[in-house]
Design a protein around this ligand. Structure first.
Ligand code: MLT
Length: 302
């Protein structure tokens, strides 16, 4: 009987299908298929028994693709399966940057024992005043499953959305979202937008794409959002831009020590895909892909 091993816990709904059909391997060396979420696999040695690795997520930068190709191991991912979860957190990230919700909640926590808290709030709330998203320009870099969803919601919030994706033709992008302006170059988007969100995979060509030069083209007071991968944004450049007041905010789903205590940094511990629905969708899709491959030789999303 075929054996699988999970390097990270995956949603029950996916595991059930696996356990009904296969047995659990004691460890990865004994497995025909490995399921992984975010565990790093670059240092691992793979046995000749291993046939497939499935990532319950879109990015595959935690998997050594070259080594897998050399050893004939097929790597799967689950594009789009968690796109709604990530989209919603990006929108929440924009709102967190626009309104001082976090500051206001901390204030309430500090004052909640005060019997006069309501009156005190009326006197002090001015310090938490924010701005609205309605009427602001949002730049979406990368018009894949997440980028297009973010663009569509943002237009409903009254934002003027600019999209840029060198791999998506204007015609295709128009079909995905009729409401976005198509920036001809990424520089055009940098120059125009008040909020800029990145939705591209981590590759050699996208590493540090938001660097000192990119930041220098952006408007004063821009908010940059990165819910894709930490390596897309140069950490030194973003910290310098925040400290110098060149940009107003950096909202990211990737905690790094350099951002600790930096004003304007809003850091979330990689929760974009951490919803029941996204976890279920990713686990189901990853298990389906692996089973279809092991049993029928079909390869989807590899
Ligand atoms: C992804 O690549 O889709 C996310 O990193 C998934 C996750 O949070 O595990």
């Amino acid at each position: 009987m075929l054996k699988y091993h999970c390097l990270n816990p995956i949603a029950e709904v996916g595991l059930e299908r696996f356990t009904e059909n296969y047995t659990t391997a004691e460890n990865e060396a004994d497995a025909d298929a490995i399921l992984v979420r975010s565990a790093g696999m670059h240092e691992m040695e793979f046995s000749s028994q291993l046939k497939a690795i499935a990532r319950a997520g879109a990015g595959v930068n935690n998997i050594p693709l070259d080594k897998c190709a050399e050893q004939g191991i097929v790597v799967f991912n689950t594009p789009g399966a968690n796109a709604n979860g990530v989209k919603e957190l990006v929108i929440a990230g924009m709102l967190l940057a626009a309104r001082d919700i976090v500051g206001g909640i901390h204030w309430v926590e500090e004052n909640e024992e005060d019997g006069d808290i309501a009156k005190k709030a009326e006197k002090q709330k001015k310090q938490f005043a924010g701005t609205e998203l309605d009427g602001k320009k949002l730049g979406v870099i990368g018009l894949g499953a997440i980028g297009v969803r973010v663009a569509n919601v943002a237009t409903h919030l009254g934002m003027d959305v600019y999209g840029y994706d060198p791999y998506v033709s204007v015609d295709a992008a128009w079909k995905l979202s009729r409401n976005i302006h198509h920036a001809k170059t990424v520089d055009e988007l940098y120059k125009e937008c008040d909020y800029i969100t990145i939705h591209v995979p981590a590759m050699e060509s996208t590493k540090n794409m938001i660097d000192k030069d990119a930041l220098s083209l952006m408007k004063e007071n821009v908010v940059v959002l990165n819910f894709s991968r930490d390596v897309l944004v140069n950490s030194e450049a973003i910290v310098d831009a925040l400290v110098a007041g060149k940009i107003r905010g950096y909202v990211t789903d990737f905690p790094i020590p350099e951002l600790a205590g930096v004003k304007g940094a809003i850091v979330i511990p990689h929760l974009g895909a951490s919803t029941e629905e996204s976890e279920d969708n990713c686990a189901k899709m990853a298990v389906d892909e692996v089973m279809d491959f092991l049993e029928n030789g079909n390869i989807q999303h590899s």
